[in-house]
Every structure is written in structure tokens, then in C-alpha cells.
Design a protein around this ligand. Structure first.
Ligand code: BES
Ligand code: MN
Ligand code: ZN
Length: 500
């Protein structure tokens, strides 16, 4: 993990391999956004920027020689794009610019960042972005022949706010958040021959061991079958590696306790072949990421405990591998979810909602003030919202609170309806409900299916099929592969609930 510190040093005098400052797009070209740099240097760079192809656009990172006026060796310019009307930059713009810069600094020992953060929230965004960008997944590389290097070893964020107690707290929180997001990405990026339900459960136990207030219990395949968890059992029965339900509870320290009890439920399909309703090969390529919801919940739990939030949270990780085999479930099987509702399995590739049903029903039984679930649930989510924006649906107030939390955290989430008119889509001819319906409104059909299992408990569902896995190149603070999406939204949501 990159070492991060705050400092009130002058950017001119700071000794570092690289000094990062921001550029912005203006009506007459590019501007260097750095108050403390020598005016002549700023004028020089602004004058040659067009010839160097530097525009100040977002996600543009360029290195130029720092020259004799600076103590740093290299000057790194990271683009913020255009200023908002009021002259400021959105915290998420700062987060991305910081991350884009650190991403370009792998192999570098020390960097100093001097970005335009004018308050503690903006400073926190810069710190968070810098840490989120300093990520690399190299567990399976036997050599560095691919040219990839270690993330930047240490980052000094230069700010006049450095000495404030609020700034220090913001940095501590950002470090916890970045740790949690990195751990989530690591799980998503893990190969599915290595990460399967039993080893995922082990990872949850290992993660909880180092933090105070977290308790983990694991139900294995035999206990699940005996206990009536028909969803996890049915989806997991096609695999030689049986399903698990991991329950993780966080109890705040005495005195710091609010009466609130929140449940987080995560989809953890460690590989989704589709089962007997087999996916085409191309659609399977990213399906090791079908446990990103459960990974985000695990990451969030560790962050919640490390930050000591005054709210009780219980996590339900619904873990199974969806494989086709002689023991696999078949289309038209009827199964009984935990709590007694029956499901006709019309399509074994709609397995996520089936394991989630067990998790939701179990959460309802335990009694919570609110349930939030997160799942890579439908391809239809990507059809509706594209690869970057998660859908959120459910009880209106919970849905809207999650949207607000996502906005504050800098994650893209958009509210979706659950119209009663669509409910007949999942009516079964033989059971209480069918696990799939027509293609149209596929994300909402899945949401309506989940709603069947939450009863009267306030609830919302995040569909992160698209944003959980970056199939393209790196951008902002996001590397290719697992993104860790959801952790920041869930954590911010819990912090807001705890505070109100
Ligand atoms: N894991 C998939 C959803 C998914 C697709 C996530 C693409 C990420 C990227 C899910 O289990 C699934 O297969 N859903 C089906 C449901 C259908 C059979 C009703 C889908 O979306 O096609
Ligand atoms: Mn599936
Ligand atoms: Zn799936």
C-alpha cells in the first residue's frame, strides 16, 4: 500500500521524484491550476502546452521536465477539464485527476501532489483518488516482463489544510476506504479456480480477524441444505465446490451504539457459466466478477469496523458457483427458498436472484431496520445504463438515500422504478414466483423478484453488473478489472444513517 502523508511544504521546495499539479481547460487554451508555482514557470508551460498536445482535458496526464526552478525532477500535469460555473472543481473530478496521476507514477518512489483542494472534503477526495489510482493486480505474474511496475511508493499531498484535525481524520478515512476498495478489487480479480465459495468464506474470516467488532459465521453446503436454504443449495449443486452463506456481524463498541440495525446482502457467484442454461463463451469471459457484490459488502464491513461506525451492521454473503453438470439444477425445477416461498427455475442463468433470495429471507428473519443488497444481477442493467452507472431500486426512501450517498461518494448510480405492472412477468404457472421473465425490463424483473423476499422491511437493491468490472483501459482512478464499486456508496450510506 502506498504510504500517504499531508504536508504544508511549498511545492517549489519539495524534494520528490515527481510533483503533480493540475491543468484546466479554459476558453483560450490550457491553464496551470497551481497558485504556488513561480509565475514564469507557469507562463512557460502554458505557452508550450499546445505544441505538447496538452489540453487540460480530464484523464490527460503529461510529464514535463521540472527545470531548475523546482526541486522535484519531473512535473506531472493532470487534467481537470473545465471549471464549474462557480470556478470550483467537483470533488469527484479532483479524485479522478489525482488517481489518473498516481496511475501514471508506478515505479516512482516519491511523488508530491499539489492539487486545488480548498476545503477538507476536497482534500479527502484528492487523497482518496491518489490512493485508489495506486493499484496494481500482479498476483499471477511470474515476472515484470509486461513492463508494469509497483504503484508509487509514497505520496505527499501538499495543502495549507495539513495541520487541521479534520484534515487528518479525512486522510485516515480515505486510507481505510482505499484499503477496502483495493481488497474488493483483489477478490474480483482473483481467478475462479482459486476463489470459490469455501475460499471466499476463508477470505472473509481472515479479513475479520484483524479488526475489532467483526464476527463471522459460515454455513457450509450440508448446513445450508439441512437449514432449508434452497436457493443457495440449488444453484450450488452443479458444482463440486459447494455453496456457502457467510454471515458477518459488526457490533459497535459500547457507548457508541445507535439503535439502528442494517443488513447488507451481496451476490457472490464465484463463477457464472449460466448452468444448464449455458452462456455463450464470450459472455463467460468476465464471469469471475459475478461475486463483486459480495466482495463489496466484505470490503464495506471491514471499513465500517475499522472506522468504528456507531451502527450495527450484518452482512450476508451468498456464495455459490454456477456450473452445468449431472447434479446441476435444470430449467423447470421448483425449489424452496429459506422461509418457505417456492421458485420455478425457468432459466438457470438467472441464478443470482435465487441465491440472493435466501440471503434476503435470512436477513428479514434476523430483523433489521433496513436491508441493502448489491449484486451483478442482470445484463439488462448494462443495456439500460451502460457500463459505468449502477441501477438502484426498491423502497423509495432507501433508494433515494442510496442515490444521495453515491453522489456524495463519487460513484455513478441512477434510480430505477419497480412498477407493479411488470410483476406478471415473473408469475409462475406452478410456483409462487418464476426466476426469469421476458427480456424487456430485465433489470426491473430481477428487482421485482428480489422484492418478493423482503416483506415489509425497507429495502433497496443495487445492480452493479456493468460498473463492477472494467473491461476496457484504465481511466481516472480505475484500473482494468475489478473496480471495487459499491464500497464507497455503502460506507457513505451507513455513515449518513449513523449520523442522523
Ligand atoms: N451474472 C449475470 C449478469 C451479468 C451479465 C453480470 C453481464 C455482468 C455482466 C446474471 O447471472 C445473468 O446471467 N443474468 C441473466 C438473467 C436472464 C437469464 C433472465 C441475464 O442478464 O442475461
Ligand atoms: Mn447468470
Ligand atoms: Zn450471475
Amino acid at each position: 500500500m502506498t504510504d500517504l502523508s499531508l504536508s504544508s511544504k511549498n511545492p517549489i521546495a519539495v524534494r520528490a521524484d515527481a510533483l503533480v499539479v493540475a491543468t484546466a481547460k479554459t476558453s483560450d487554451g490550457v491553464a496551470i491550476v497551481a497558485d504556488h508555482l513561480p509565475a514564469e514557470l507557469v507562463t512557460e508551460i502554458e505557452a508550450i502546452a499546445p505544441q505538447l498536445g496538452i489540453t487540460g482535458a480530464r484523464d490527460e496526464v503529461r510529464k514535463v521536465p521540472a527545470g531548475p526552478r523546482l526541486k522535484a525532477d519531473v512535473l506531472v500535469l493532470t487534467g481537470l477539464g473545465e471549471r464549474a460555473q462557480d470556478g470550483t472543481f467537483d470533488p469527484e473530478i479532483l479524485r479522478r485527476a489525482a488517481g489518473a496521476a498516481t496511475r501514471e507514477l508506478s515505479g516512482v518512489a516519491s511523488a508530491a501532489l499539489s492539487l486545488p483542494a480548498t476545503n477538507d472534503a476536497e482534500l479527502a477526495a484528492v487523497v482518496e483518488g491518489a490512493l485508489l489510482g495506486a493499484y496494481r493486480f500482479d498476483r499471477y505474474r511470474s515476472s515484470d516482463d509486461d513492463g508494469a511496475k509497483e504503484p508509487v511508493a509514497s505520496v505527499e499531498v501538499l495543502t495549507t489544510l495539513a495541520r487541521g484535525a479534520k484534515a487528518k481524520a479525512a486522510v485516515e478515512r480515505a486510507a481505510v476506504v482505499a484499503d477496502a476498495v483495493h481488497a474488493t478489487r483483489d477478490l474480483v480479480n482473483a481467478a475462479p479456480n482459486e476463489l470459490y465459495p469455501a475460499t471466499f468464506a476463508d477470505a472473509a474470516k481472515a479479513a475479520a480477524k484483524d479488526v475489532k467488532g467483526l464476527k463471522v459465521t459460515v454455513l457450509d453446503d450440508k448446513q445450508l441444505a439441512a437449514g432449508g436454504y434452497g436457493g443457495l443449495t440449488a444453484v450450488g449443486q452443479g458444482s463440486s465446490r459447494g455453496p456457502r452463506l457467510v454471515k458477518m456481524s459488526y457490533t459497535p463498541a459500547k457507548g457508541a451504539r445507535s439503535a439502528e440495525k442494517v443488513a447488507l446482502v451481496g451476490k457472490g457467484i464465484t463463477f457464472d457459466t449460466g448452468g444448464i442454461s449455458l452462456k455463450p463463451s464470450a459472455s463467460m469471459e468476465t464471469m469471475k466478477s459475478d461475486m463483486a457484490g459480495a466482495a463489496a459488502v466484505l470490503g464495506t464491513m471491514v471499513a465500517v469496523a475499522r472506522l468504528g461506525l456507531p451502527v450495527a451492521v450484518t452482512a450476508y454473503l451468498c456464495l455459490a458457483e454456477n456450473m452445468p453438470s449431472g447434479t446441476a439444477q435444470r430449467p423447470s425445477d421448483v425449489i424452496t427458498i429459506y422461509g418457505g416461498k417456492t421458485v420455478e427455475v425457468l432459466n438457470t442463468d438467472a441464478e443470482g436472484r435465487v441465491v440472493m433470495a435466501d440471503g434476503l429471507a435470512s436477513a428479514v428473519e434476523d430483523g433489521h431496520d433496513v436491508i441493502v443488497d448489491i449484486a451483478t444481477l442482470t445484463g439488462a442493467q448494462m443495456v439500460a445504463l451502460g457500463p459505468y452507472t449502477a441501477g438502484v431500486m426498491g423502497t423509495e426512501s432507501v433508494r433515494d438515500d442510496l442515490k444521495a450517498a453515491a453522489d456524495a461518494a463519487g460513484e455513478l448510480v441512477w434510480p430505477m422504478p419497480l412498477p407493479d405492472e411488470l410483476r406478471p412477468n415473473i408469475t409462475s404457472k406452478v410456483a409462487d414466483v418464476a426466476n426469469s421473465g421476458p427480456r424487456w425490463g430485465g433489470m426491473l424483473n430481477a428487482g421485482l423478484f428480489l422484492r418478493t423476499f423482503v416483506g415489509d422491511t425497507p429495502w433497496a437493491h443495487l445492480d452493479i453488473a456493468g460498473p463492477s468490472f472494467n473491461e476496457k483501459g484504465a481511466h481516472g482512478y480505475t484500473a482494468p478489472g475489478g473496480t471495487g464499486v459499491g464500497v464507497r456508496t455503502l460506507l457513505t450510506y451507513l455513515e449518513t444513517r449513523a449520523a442522523s
